[in-house]
Design a protein around this ligand. Sequence first.
Ligand SMILES: [Zn+2]
Length: 187
Amino acid sequence: MSRKNKIKILATAAALSVSGVSCSNAENENDGDMEKQSLIEKLKGLAGKGAKAIMPEMAMCYEVPAQPREEFTCPQCGNVFYIWDNGFEEITSIIERLKAQGHDVKVERICLKCAGLIPNDSEGNDVTNKFSYKAPKAKKYHIAYSANLSDFYAVEAALSNKDSYVMWGDTIQLSNEAEVLKKMLGK
Ligand SMILES: [Zn+2]
């Protein structure tokens, strides 16, 4: 089965599990098996003979994706990854706001290998964000890698001469973010 079809079926499985089919656990293994069996039957109906092939994932239905992954091609090595949303749109907006203020900043997504980081062997995110910043009068860009949206909020606040930023309702003081800013901005 192609990876895309598999993802489609997993998304279907997620939809089924929210519509009443729950996952098994240690206490009610038998119930879980029955539910699993009924889920298999539903999936067979939906996905034909492919249903059996996804049982290994179904056995851990707990991490079934609620949304399909996004296809991402690393601009440096050309490898294709299927990734979860990692907040890149939000990060791009931050970068655009900083550019509008006159800051020399860039961001692009690249794979962990190209970032020189060790790729984790799970099927989670295989990409990170490459952030480049050229301070006024600096000769070259400071490069940092970060997959954390909060790091970019901290950068935005620092470059906008603010003392804090707000993320998910929490106010974070930049005085606590010295390490992040050193990593991201080199100062
Ligand atoms: Zn790459």
